[in-house]
Write a protein that binds this ligand. Sequence first.
Ligand SMILES: C[S@@+](CC[C@H](N)C(=O)[O-])C[C@H]1O[C@@H](n2cnc3c(N)ncnc32)[C@H](O)[C@@H]1O
Length: 339
Amino acid sequence: MIKYWTPSELKTLRRLREGFLSGTAGNANYWRAVEDLALYDTTFAERIGWKWDGALRELTLRQWSPKSRHILDWGCGTGIASRRVLEWWPDQFRSLSLHDRSSAAMRFAAERAHRENPKLTVRMGEQMEPDTLLVLSHVINELPSRDLSRLMERAREATEIIWVEAGARDESRRLSEVRDRLLGDARGFVAVAPCTHQARCGMLTAKNEQHWCHHFAHPPSEIFQSASWHQFSLELGIDLRSLPYSFLVLQKSDELAPTAPDFSRVIGKPREFKGHDKVLSCHEGGVTELMLQKRDAPELMKALRKGPAAPVYRWTLEGGKIVGAEEIGGAMDSTSLPE
Ligand SMILES: C[S@@+](CC[C@H](N)C(=O)[O-])C[C@H]1O[C@@H](n2cnc3c(N)ncnc32)[C@H](O)[C@@H]1O
């Protein structure tokens, strides 16, 4: 049976969205009823899950997987972030801690996690085992500076961090600042992704003030045939095709990050012109816009416009222009990745 959203459900979805967009969501607990959580879980959280799929697929292509045995999902909401991590690496973890200022959210997330992973120890609270992957998702614009600093104190205790945020400018630039603060710390984090290097974030220089580190996820094609997603999109004014996100992955280990620093990470989508594109590229040396002419590398131009799963390349440059590239994980068959 086709599910259509009722007027009261749409009212709740609009209220939640207005809070997220206006930056007022952090002021007070907005989960008024368990129904709010269930509605969020099947709509906004689904979309967030597709962003997580994008980030986790890239990590796999870049040959990274977590070594930690425990997860702390901080600001868990309905728990979509830890759910995706557990689906992606089903045999890696022994326990999951779920933390949120809303106890209803923690209960919702814990029930689902327990149902889907009966062997996993699931707890509610902020406790951090010594060997913990900290997952964070769509919380940064709900935290005033004081709370963000407190969260960073917690983050310093983690062994690994995967943090996914909306791909908007403010959230992304705040995440870049978090990156630089945590990398500058004596307790030894290494940047794994999206960065290919350990230098300071090139986005935070004055010349790149108009840019921000963001990427685009690919929503599943079935949603474009779904009546309820169509109604959701029309009623809330959300373009289902556009799924920008920012992310940050750090690890505390003696091992080097798996991506060699002579690779570059493409930021966002290329700017398309007749016969050439401009590609914003992040590298140890900084963030620079590079020219790519169709006549030099037509297949590469096509791939970049489509949006590869891991837009990480070792460029061949001539006179500051891209004339060729080696793609990371090029030899890997994408059908071998988890669905
Ligand atoms: C937009 S929701 C995101 C939920 C989930 N991480 C996701 O990606 O779907 C933000 C969550 O952060 C929680 N939150 C906001 N401020 C918080 C704080 N100071 N401490 C703990 N949780 C907080 C909210 O209750 C909410 O569940």
